[in-house]
Design a protein around this ligand. Sequence first.
Ligand code: FAD
Length: 364
Amino acid sequence: MAEFNAMDTAAFKGVWVFCEQREGEIQSISYQLLSEGRKLANDLGVELCGVVMGSEVNEDYLKALGGYGADRVYYIDSPLLKDYTTDGYAKALCDLIMDKKPEIMLIGATNLGRDLGPRCAARLHTGLTADCTHLDVDVEKYKNFLRTTSNIDVDNTKFEENTNLKMTRPAFGGHLMATIICPRFRPAMATVRPGVMKKRECPKNVEIIEPKFELTAADIHTEVVDTVKAAKKLVDLIGADYIVSVGRGISKDVEGGIKLAEELADVLGGVVGGSRATIDSGWLSADHQVGQTGKTVHPKIYVALGISGAIQHTAGMQDSECIIAVNKNEGAPIFGVADYGIVGDLFKVVPELIKQVEAAKAAQ
Ligand code: FAD
């Protein structure tokens, strides 16, 4: 398998996106990655293809991928792919990649994608960069990205003029951004967390192809006996328009602080999130965490209550349309990314905010 991939990088063409489906429904990350993939495919002048695997996925869902820029969808249909198994999915995807040879493969950093991506990269003997926050193939566009996001003296730095996928991700605990390339092997593989890339409509006449493939029960060494869904409904931070997040600043009255955040979220029509400090302390469950190792969110309004604004937190919320921060320390870094800052004790400020929002709603 490794010989197949030995350096003939020029033989690989096209940008592919693994489009994850669950119970036949395409997941939102697929549209986000197709939108990003469309941009890369345009820069390279190549086709964008989605890959869907499953059993009896509705054709309308496959066609809908054309709405986000896919020129082609490869659909691998088999009862053996109804439930996700590492063996089944990795074999089907690797065989297709080896047959069609895409130069770039994007996969969502979901639970499934985090399992599938590395397994395929190892089998294909290529590189994978996990949790990318920026992807580029065009050197000029990449330089512009660096000009706006780093202190690098771009004009006096030597860049290799090539179309390697430049995969940027936080490194060293988020203290710097590393750009990684995979120059000798293909496809260059990257995973991206849900919510990091924005979905953009870009209608295309999509062609649906059901490629030939070989997969037997003997290829799969695990059996899914039962699927148990989480009994508790998880908070949908990524889809929320309004998020009220709490940090360690609620420590003097944790219950009271969370209750205030819930009340404010209720009047705004939003949900409660938290910094990692609140998750590590066991005050909120992990699905509430915003930040580098939590969720990346883009709500209309993000309210940060008693959150200092560590880089690992702001990495997940700084692209919110409007950020309101409440902190008793006027030097807290959160004020550096906030559109509105209130210096004060959150336990005094939040009840007032709730009153004001209620009054404004009543006046409407
Ligand atoms: P603190 O930094 O302790 O800040 C508490 C703030 O509350 C202070 O600014 C204080 O002034 C204010 N305050 C106190 N009392 C009040 C009051 N009564 N009213 C108003 N303000 C008050 N963190 C994340 O959030 N998300 C991540 O995904 C994440 N990933 C990480 C990954 C790595 C590899 C590492 C090393 C760290 C990560 N962290 C993450 C942790 C991060 O570095 C910070 O430690 C964390 O964000 C701090 O949480 P905090 O702001 O709630 O707490």
